[in-house]
Design a protein around this ligand. Sequence first.
Ligand code: ADP
Ligand code: MG
Length: 140
Amino acid sequence: MRIYESASPEETERVGEALARHLSPGAVVALYGDLGAGKTAFVRGMGRGLGVKDAVTSPTFNIVHEYRGKVPLFHFDMYRLSGASELYDIGWDDYLSAGGVCVVEWTENVEEAMPPFALHVKIAKTGPDRRRITVEGGGL
Ligand code: ADP
Ligand code: MG
């Protein structure tokens, strides 16, 4: 397990960026944290780490955004989903085997769909601008 203390959105992005640089195609990052915790900020950093040029935005209304980078990034927002079956309906298994990195916001709603090798990243508010980022699983 690794714990990072972030004091700004930029710092949270840098943690995401550094983590993403160590990921291989097929990796899954399961994010946990309340609204405004900084999940999307973290994914923005991951995009930088993977060489994504397009702006990373919240996919809330689309469920999944696909970004082209050195490695493709598949960015899921499960806020409106009530269970893993809906995630399978949109082709979760195909995304898992598509050779990209999958990152999931609101993992809480689709927990059963996460593979055993997923990295779990929890972001908790510890102050107005402070966040504790806990990374575990996937050998960490
Ligand atoms: P989520 O996707 O978890 O709902 P966002 O990344 O969209 O969260 O938003 C996080 C909000 O919290 C932004 O308004 C951001 O400016 C603010 N914020 C303040 N401090 C931090 C921090 N240390 N890390 C990440 N976001 C922060
Ligand atoms: Mg978000």
